[in-house]
Design a protein around this ligand. Structure first.
Ligand code: AMP
Length: 200
């Protein structure tokens, strides 16, 4: 299965990805995680991405498309993957389509988490407080100010992807405001239907 999870920052894509990883055994490809690793390692990509990420903007399409192209070549991604945080622009989505079709592959589904943006600001503050309470470093882009910039980047650059995937007949939506367990249930109902469709 090749799954895209779409939704604003703080919508729960990361949490639900972990559950898909456990259940389906396919890797979560989070461009945010990959970029944070590049920043920590001080690679050329990391050096380019660092200040953009700290300000809440989007890293350039060519950089992100490059890291995803490399990552999906890896052995563990051959049987499928979950894309979390990618694509984030229509240009990235088109690049992904090209990447997959060159390999004779297709996406299985795109699941959008529909959430109330006001509530997300509170959610992200909670995530930052919990991380700090565990003694772990808090993401620099999880402050309320930067988070608002990230939301605005989502609205202007990423939200058009809903229409893009809907026009391809690929978009499915779930209510991301439900409790975590209920969101997981809704998500697996969608994924299980694809498994059944593929084997029947
Ligand atoms: P995330 O962990 O998905 O919230 O991503 C954290 C930050 O990494 C974003 O605010 C962007 O600066 C950058 N980033 C992650 N994925 C992408 C992407 N697909 N395109 C551009 N920038 C990205």
């Amino acid at each position: 299965m090749r799954i895209i999870l779409l939704g604003p920052p703080g919508a729960g894509k990361g949490t639900q990805s972990t559950r898909i990883v456990e259940r389906l055994g396919i890797p979560q490809l989070s461009t945010g995680d990959m970029l944070r690793a590049a920043v920590a390692a001080g690679t050329p990509v990391g050096l380019e991405a660092k200040s953009i990420m700290e300000s809440g903007g989007l890293v350039t399409d060519s950089v992100v498309v490059g890291i995803v192209a490399d990552r999906i070549e890896e052995a563990d991604a051959r049987g499928g993957f979950i894309l979390d945080g990618f694509p984030r622009t229509v240009e990235q989505a088109a690049a992904l389509d090209r990447m997959l079709s060159e390999k004779g592959l297709a996406l299985t589904t795109v699941v959008e988490f529909v959430v109330d943006e006001e509530a997300l600001v509170g959610r992200i503050a909670k995530r930052a407080a919990e991380t700090a309470a565990r003694g772990e470093p808090v993401r620099k882009d999880d402050t309320p100010e930067v988070f608002k910039t990230r939301l605005s980047a989502y609205r202007t650059q990423t939200a058009p992807l809903s229409a893009y995937y809907a026009s391809l007949g690929m978009l499915q939506t779930i209510d991301g405001m439900k409790p975590v367990e209920a969101v997981t249930e809704d998500l697996f109902a969608i994924l299980d239907a694809h498994v059944a469709g593929a084997t029947s």
